[in-house]
Ligand binder design. Structure first.
Ligand SMILES: C[S@@+](CC[C@H](N)C(=O)[O-])C[C@H]1O[C@@H](n2cnc3c(N)ncnc32)[C@H](O)[C@@H]1O
Length: 211
């Protein structure tokens, strides 16, 4: 059972104040490209990424209340104003709160690996999820995925070439263990310190002929 922390940061959007799908530019106060981080954890990745992309509106979500609180505190501490934090399940949020063809980038870093074979169907990133997400990306929109878990990395790297409507931004590599300019998250740093490799995967929604 999570202890619910009351989050009072201006970055935080409580569920009851979430805008309709077409209301994000008004909420951010500017019409700019919209990016999404799924599973922001303590917010270290998105705080740095937001500073690199001052001309983007960024939504960071996690269903972990304490993580949302840490993310908001970090953003406030660093004066980052182009991120809004939401505590919600990712698929529900996307389907209910985003317009199709709206996301310029989606970041998923170290998602829960569900290591037991019988639990793998619980993994967030699957063919079904990518076909769902495709509709919400703009043509040319980036999908970034990073995992420390070999089996998850190899699975997603092997699946992505056959998901219609995407092209590999790292071709000819299916994945890389380093991605220049991409910030490291808390979990990436933790696993790298244990000697593990991170699998970085980056695909773009095709500009033409995309579904
Ligand atoms: C292993 S942690 C990684 C946190 C962070 N991305 C990092 O790399 O340091 C995974 C995070 O994703 C969140 N999460 C997992 N599945 C989610 C979902 N379907 N919707 C929203 N958040 C999710 C969890 O609550 C957790 O905070």
């Amino acid at each position: 059972m999570q202890t619910m922390i009351k989050i009072s940061s201006p970055c935080y959007i409580p569920a009851e104040k979430l805008p309709a799908p077409d209301g994000w530019s008004a909420l951010f106060g500017a019409e700019r490209p919209l990016a999404l981080e799924i599973g922001c954890g303590i917010g270290d990745f998105i705080a740095k990424t937001a500073v690199d992309h001052p001309d983007s509106n960024i939504i960071a979500l996690d269903y972990y209340n304490k993580g949302c609180d840490s993310t908001c505190r970090r953003l406030d501490r660093h004066g980052v104003t182009n991120v809004r934090v939401v505590r919600i399940e990712a698929r529900q949020f996307i389907a209910e709160r985003l317009p199709k063809g709206s996301l310029s980038a989606v970041y998923i870093n170290c998602p829960d690996p569900w290591p037991k074979k019988r639990h793998r169907k619980r993994r967030l990133v699957s063919r079904q999820f990518m076909e769902f997400l495709r509709d919400y990306l703009v043509p040319g929109g980036n999908f970034y995925f990073a995992t420390d878990f070999d089996d998850y990395g190899i699975d997603v790297a092997g699946m992505m070439p056959s998901v219609e409507g995407f092209e590999n931004a790292l071709a000819p590599d299916l994945f890389r263990h380093e991605l220049a300019g991409y910030h490291l998250s808390k979990y990436m740093k933790k696993f790298m310190a244990e000697g593990k490799n991170i699998y970085f995967i980056n695909y773009r929604k095709k500009m033409t002929g995309a579904l």
